[in-house]
Design a protein around this ligand. Structure first.
Ligand SMILES: Cc1cc2nc3c(=O)[nH]c(=O)nc-3n(C[C@H](O)[C@H](O)[C@H](O)COP(=O)(O)OP(=O)(O)OC[C@H]3O[C@@H](n4cnc5c(N)ncnc54)[C@H](O)[C@@H]3O)c2cc1C
Length: 251
């Protein structure tokens, strides 16, 4: 049985962190402090949020932009940073063609700008660092998974963690500079010479499942609707129990 995460739980083992859920109901001001380019279409936006109550790797927040005439737009964004970044959070946004909110961030936003955030949200897709984690993402679906990778590193956890990530090309691979031995990239459109190109397949998933860590993998899948369907089917066909697959869809 999958244990459902309860936000109020107090954890005792290293790597586990506790988060109050009361703060999720309150809008807070987040001040943009830094913008880092990740790929030609994705950038990371760092914010100071002094009263941020913390989050678990994998959680997301609600972000609100308000225009001078009062018009407001709200969107969900996964939190990219690890929890141990007191008073700061980082988001990584794809620039969606014609997108209202992502367009504003990619073309207008500058350090010093203020937005509103509310969170953290969704305990189900959270990984507190308590069990082996098999992470599978595509495109910006890697964002919440990167928070897990960063948490794993920041806490020096010895639990197995693997990341299988799909991108169109090496240039489109978000966080490429940060990946290490835990990560296997899959390129769907182009890659450097000698690197295979193609869709994520059973051959990518099977060797990871064959590692069979003690207690088994908790699988986290994130991406578009189509990718989430595809990746979870691969997992089930490779023997991963359905009730140990957690899915976040950006579609
Ligand atoms: C739980 C959750 C977490 C998310 N985390 C992230 C994240 O970490 N990083 C991130 O970049 N996005 C993330 N998203 C997607 C994000 O919420 C927005 O949908 C996205 O930024 C587009 O918003 P927009 O205002 O720019 O575009 P809109 O103005 O809403 O849409 C413009 C056009 O683009 C299409 N469109 C909308 N969203 C997408 C999309 N995701 N892909 C392709 N076309 C789209 C619309 O149909 C429309 O035609 C997440 C979504 C969810 C539900």
């Amino acid at each position: 049985m999958t244990e459902t995460f309860t936000p109020s739980t107090r954890f005792a083992v290293p790597g586990r962190i506790a988060v109050s859920n009361r703060a999720a109901a309150v809008w807070q001001t987040a001040t943009l402090t830094e913008i880092r380019s990740e790929t030609p279409h994705a950038s990371t936006f760092r914010f100071a949020v002094p009263a941020w109550a913390g989050h678990l790797p994998g959680q997301h927040l609600m972000l609100r932009l308000t225009a001078e005439d009062g018009y407001a737009a709200q969107r969900h964004y996964s939190i990219a940073s690890a929890p141990d970044d007191a008073g700061h959070i980082e988001l990584t946004l794809d620039h969606v063609e014609g997108g209202e909110v992502s367009g504003w961030f990619h073309t207008i936003a500058k350090p010093g700008d203020e937005v509103q955030v509310r969170g953290p949200l969704s305990g189900f897709f959270a990984w507190p660092g308590d069990r082996p984690a098999l992470l599978i993402g595509a495109g910006s679906g890697v964002v919440p998974l990167m928070s897990m990778v960063r948490h794993h590193r920041a806490r020096g956890l010895s639990l197995p963690l693997r990341l299988l990530v799909s991108a169109r090309s090496p240039e489109e691979l978000i966080y490429a500079r940060e990946f290490d031995a835990e990560t296997t990239p899959v390129f769907t459109r182009s890659a450097s010479e000698g690197v295979p190109v193609g869709r994520m397949a059973a051959a990518h998933v099977a060797p990871l499942l064959a590692e069979r860590p003690t207690g088994g993998w908790e699988a986290y899948v994130c991406g578009s609707n189509a990718f989430a369907e595809h990746a979870s089917r691969l997992l089930v066909e490779a023997g991963q129990p359905v009730d140990r697959i957690r899915i976040e869809r950006f579609g």
